[in-house]
Design a binder for this molecule. Structure first.
Ligand code: PNS
Length: 168
C-alpha cells in the first residue's frame, strides 16, 4: 500500500489545503493529514479543533485519515513506515522554506523520507491561513477562503478575543 503524509499547521485549514488533499488522495492509497502540535507557537485553534475541522472537511474522501503529531516529522513518518511527505507550493516565495525542510528531512531520515510538491491551483495561490485570520479579525469576508464550518469556527473565536496578538 502506498501511503503519504501531508503535514502542516492547518491553523485553520483553507480551500488551498483542501485542494492539495484532494489531489494527493488520488495519488496514494492512503493520505494521512497530520496536524503539527507545535508548543513553540500560539495557534488560533487547538490541535483537537484543527483535527476535527480537517476530519469534517475530508469526510467524503475515504482514503484520508487525520492525525496529529509532535516532534520531528521524520520520526513520526518512520513510526508509521511512510516514506513520502506532501507539501503545497503556492509561489516562488514558498520555495526556499520548502526546499530547506525537504532537504533536512531527507538528511535526517537518511534518505527514507522524500517530499513531493503539488503546485497550488491558481484560484488558491493567494490563500494562506494567516491572511484568513487577518481578514476575519477585521470583519472581512472569508467565505471564498474556507469552508462554512471553518468560517463559523473562526468567527466564534473572534467574537470576544483581541486576535491581533495571535495572527502569525
Ligand atoms: O503548515 P506549516 O506550518 O508550514 O507546516 C510546517 C511543517 C509542519 C511541515 C514543519 O514545520 C514540520 O514538519 N515540523 C515538524 C518538526 C520537524 O520535523 N522539523 C525538521 C524539518 S525543518
Amino acid at each position: 500500500m502506498k501511503a503519504a503524509i501531508y503535514p502542516g499547521s492547518f491553523d485553520p485549514v483553507t480551500y488551498g489545503h483542501i485542494d492539495v488533499i484532494k489531489r494527493a488522495a488520488e495519488m496514494f492509497d492512503e493520505l494521512i493529514v497530520s496536524v503539527l502540535d507545535n508548543k513553540a507557537k500560539t495557534p488560533l485553534f487547538s490541535v483537537d479543533e484543527r483535527v476535527k475541522m480537517l476530519q469534517d472537511v475530508t469526510k467524503e474522501i475515504s482514503n484520508v485519515k487525520v492525525e496529529s503529531f509532535s516532534g520531528l516529522l521524520v520520526d513520526y513518518a518512520g513510526r508509521k513506515n511512510v516514506h513520502v511527505s506532501v507539501r503545497g507550493l503556492r509561489a516562488v516565495t514558498d520555495f526556499e522554506y520548502e526546499l530547506q525542510i525537504a532537504q533536512t528531512n531527507r538528511l535526517l531520515s537518511k534518505g527514507k523520507l522524500d517530499t513531493i510538491f503539488l503546485t497550488t491551483s491558481l484560484e488558491y495561490a493567494y490563500l494562506s491561513s494567516s491572511s484568513v485570520k487577518e481578514i476575519a479579525s477585521f470583519g472581512g469576508d472569508i467565505s471564498l477562503c474556507v469552508p462554512p464550518l471553518v468560517a463559523d469556527m473562526i468567527h466564534e473565536k473572534f467574537k470576544d478575543t483581541d486576535m491581533t496578538t495571535i495572527i502569525e
